[in-house]
Design a protein around this ligand. Structure first.
Ligand code: G3H
Length: 543
């Protein structure tokens, strides 16, 4: 593994013979299966080649590495998936939406068991497809299992509180949460398993039927899960389709049969898709979108801590996190000392192949991303910023060694654009209103990090900033977890709240049975409950 000396090491990518053999198992993975209407269908049409961001060295230099192929389905198969999901839901009368909560939990528990059996394969593909370190890929898998288990525990709790009757103003009522219909789930490439599952799992377990389209980078890792999805859930309840989003998704939305759009992606995509739905009032959107989370570093902050958290916040998974710190505001009096320490910490980061022990910076996941990042850096440099941690080129194939840009001004693209990569714009401020105004004028409103030690000063920022964003982090980087905490954003950053318990709510609606407390009604209700004639009107308590 290496430090910031890319120029001296043009051969930083491995030869195929240098790659540990077990990591090459099942490679390339030629996937032809997709899941529609309870069957793994075989696709013999065109397929998408999957190139890993991890390039492989050869005699003519490093080249992208082919790790597999997946089906490029057409509108026809997408609409078949829609028909299957609509039929499985059957206007709320299908087997799955009418199954008891305990039975749906039972299916999900079986799924978790099967998922754990294929962990090694899923993790390996996760690593190859997006270049996430093996350790972090394993963490993503484990976090997802934990998320499912926590979701099931939260659902049991929800069901227990709904298993009793309410008596108000002479009316008996039983209030529960019911499914919404057909959910379209699309997750992002940076957490292709975890973030997709944070919408998929609550959507399923609440009784909806689902069409899932895995992200472009992060599709092969679903292959080991297809069989379990197919065997465990009733037919049509979960449908998994592959291909180009711009071809598959618009016809689904235009059909008017999608009831919930669960998308972690960009506001541009979300806005375009919403407009296609002919009945906007029948569409609920659960969206995780862009962010440009700032850090505000105040005079008096513990600089060692601020530097450590800013390195993690800006550069974990190469800055490819929606929660990443994407712009740093540092008080003028301390900006030089902060930058000196920050640059040293960034330059000390190890970069290498995702499987190497202790690796921090890995190749960036998206094709052509390095060109975009280079353009951001050139624009800033042309307008007066300097790359303060290095004077050397920072790109080699799909590697982009972090560039810290200072001083950044509003004229530069990097001040406004969500870089989603290892470029770190820094500004100095004299007046605290400068970062606050930045947040007010920003299109985004997810989180902020404040670094400081003066409680009065921090308190005076908390009150205005909680109304600008949805999480104010004190002396720590921005992040989604713990997953039981609400995760959302204002403006163009999100719609709806995701957390273990909030997600159960966003993928369902409250519905109730009510009756005046007459003798006849009491008799009817008692009979229904005692003879277990209804799954909704019931007092069963999940233990
Ligand atoms: O990309 C956005 C993720 O939700 C961030 O999650 O803060 O756990 O990395 P994280």
């Amino acid at each position: 593994m290496q430090k910031n000396n890319l120029i001296k090491n043009p051969n930083l990518f491995p030869r195929i013979t240098d790659i540990p053999q077990p990591l090459l198992k099942d490679m390339p993975c030629i996937q032809t299966g997709y899941l529609v209407d309870g069957e793994i269908q075989v696709w013999d049409g065109p397929r998408q080649e999957v190139l890993s961001p991890v390039w492989v060295a050869g005699d003519t230099g490093p080249k992208p590495f082919l790790i597999g192929e997946y089906p490029l389905l057409t509108e026809k198969e997408a609409l078949q998936a829609l028909d299957a999901a609509v039929a499985a839901y059957d206007h709320g009368r299908g087997l799955w939406p009418t199954l008891s909560v305990a039975d749906r939990i039972d299916h999900m528990e079986q799924f978790v068991f099967r998922m754990i059996e294929v962990k090694e394969r899923v993790v390996r593909f996760l690593m190859w497809e997006i270049g996430k370190s093996l350790v972090d890929s394993q963490k993503e898998f484990d976090r997802t299992i934990q998320y499912i288990n926590d979701t099931l525990a939260a659902l049991k709790d929800l069901d227990r509180t709904s298993s009793r009757f309410s008596m108000e103003e002479g009316i008996i009522g039983q209030i529960r949460r019911a499914p919404l219909g057909v959910v379209l789930c699309m997750g992002p490439f940076n957490y292709p398993l975890n973030e997709t599952f944070t919408t998929l799992i609550p959507a399923l377990v609440m009784g909806n039927s689902v069409i899932l389209k895995p992200p472009k980078h992060g599709a092969l890792l679903y292959a080991p899960l297809l069989e379990a999805f197919c065997q465990i859930f009733p037919k049509g309840v979960i449908n998994i389709i592959y291909g180009e989003g711009r071809k598959l998704i618009p016809p689904l939305m235009a059909s008017g049969k999608i009831n919930v759009l669960g998308l972690i992606g960009t506001s541009k995509t979300a806005n375009a898709l919403k407009k296609l739905h002919p009945h906007p009032n029948r569409l609920r959107c659960v969206l995780g979108l862009e962010a440009k989370n700032p850090a505000i570093v105040l005079k008096g902050a513990d600089l060692d801590l601020a530097v450590k958290e800013c390195v993690l916040g800006c550069l974990s998974f190469n800055g490819q996190r929606c929660t990443a710190l994407k712009i740093l505001f540092v008080e003028t009096d301390i900006v030089n000392v902060f930058l000196e320490r920050f640059a040293a910490a960034v330059n000390a980061l190890t970069f290498g192949m995702p499987w190497q022990e202790g690796v921090f910076i890995t190749p960036v996941a998206e094709k052509d991303k390095t060109s975009y990042l280079e353009a951001l850096v050139s624009d800033a440099v042309e307008q007066g910023a300097k790359i303060i941690n290095t004077d050397r080129p920072t790109v080699c194939g799909s590697f982009f060694f972090p560039a810290i840009l200072y001083p950044v001004t509003p004229k530069m693209r990097v001040y406004h654009e969500e870089q989603f990569g290892p470029v770190i714009p820094v500004l100095a401020f004299k007046n605290i209103n400068e970062p606050v105004e930045y947040m007010i004028n920003s299109n985004y409103g997810q989180q902020v990090s404040i670094f400081g030690s003066n409680p009065d000063q921090i308190a005076s920022l908390i009150d205005p900033l909680v109304n600008q964003v949805c999480r104010v982090n004190i002396n720590s980087q921005c992040q989604r977890g713990p997953d039981t905490f609400p995760f959302t954003g204002r403006k163009d950053s999100a719609e709806g709240t995701l957390s273990v318990s909030d997600a159960l709510r966003v993928f369902s609606i409250r519905t109730l049975v009510a009756a005046k407390q007459t003798d006849l009604n009491k008799k009817i209700i008692t009979r229904i409950v005692r003879d277990r004639k209804s799954k909704f009107l019931a007092t069963d308590f999940i233990l």
